[in-house]
Design a protein around this ligand. Structure first.
Ligand code: JF5
Length: 232
């Protein structure tokens, strides 16, 4: 798939998109990143991307023209998501939907926000990664890219299966351990060293349910509700 990122800080993405899973996926041709500098769609000497808000008040607003001209020039297909605290909460289902699209475009806002006409016309949706405010949409875009690219077939190696992580089957992941079996007096649970695969699977299921119930009662309720539906 192709992932377009429209930003006034293209350098923000360089190291991250070249590193680890995200970098390997690009090197193997599973994904192509196109980072577009919005200042390339300005026409004045100072390459101005922001202006004062109509109606007054503190902070600057990102001008609509660079976003509209980037759209006219590049004609993105598929979802065009504006990262903003007022957007719909990004979740696993959205990551799956994006991973199935041939192209995804992420718009990074800044300052007090982006001219509303960009949200109305250029973006097809607005997305938030959580209930906090960032200084810019760039870190949020990287979060979305990471969650999407790791779902692409072949992006994870044999040692990193997407089928067994947290949120698979809507439960949190059980505890994991590696060697040594005892460290500073702390023991690895006996069951994990037993070689009894049925017992191990049962232990992991119990641990998943316990940790989800205590830490994420919201997920636990949704899981229980889905269980009841299945049995109907
Ligand atoms: C931004 C206006 C964009 O703060 C965020 C954000 C939080 N969750 N997801 C995105 O984006 C930067 C701030 C203010 C527009």
């Amino acid at each position: 798939m192709r992932i377009n990122i429209w930003t006034i800080f293209p350098e923000f993405f360089e190291a991250t998109l070249a590193t680890s899973i995200l970098g390997r996926a690009a090197a193997e041709g599973l994904v192509e990143y196109r980072v577009v500098d919005l200042r390339g769609y300005t026409h004045d000497r100072h390459r101005t991307v922001d202006d004062e808000p109509y109606g007054g008040g503190a902070g600057m607003v990102m001008k609509p023209e660079p976003f509209f001209e980037a759209r006219d020039d590049l004609g993105p297909e598929g979802p065009v998501a504006l990262l903003t605290p007022r957007g719909a909460l990004f979740d696993h289902a959205t990551a799956v939907r994006y991973s199935l699209a041939p192209e995804l475009t992420l718009l990074c806002g800044h300052y007090k926000g982006v001219d509303e006409r960009v949200a109305q016309v250029v973006a097809t949706e607005e997305l938030s990664i959580g209930n906090y405010v960032l200084s810019g949409g760039e870190p949020a875009a990287l979060v979305v890219i990471d969650a999407v690219v790791r779902l692409l077939p072949g992006a994870l190696g044999n040692h990193e299966s997407a089928a067994t992580d947290s949120f698979y089957e809507d439960l949190l992941a059980p505890p994991v351990y590696t060697r040594p079996a005892e460290y500073r007096g702390l023991q690895v649970p006996e069951v994990l060293r037993s070689g009894d695969h049925a017992r191990i699977a049962q232990w992991r299921r119990e641990q998943s349910e316990r940790v989800t119930r205590w830490r994420r009662p919201d997920l636990w309720r949704a899981y229980r509700a889905a269980e009841h539906e299945e049995n109907e």
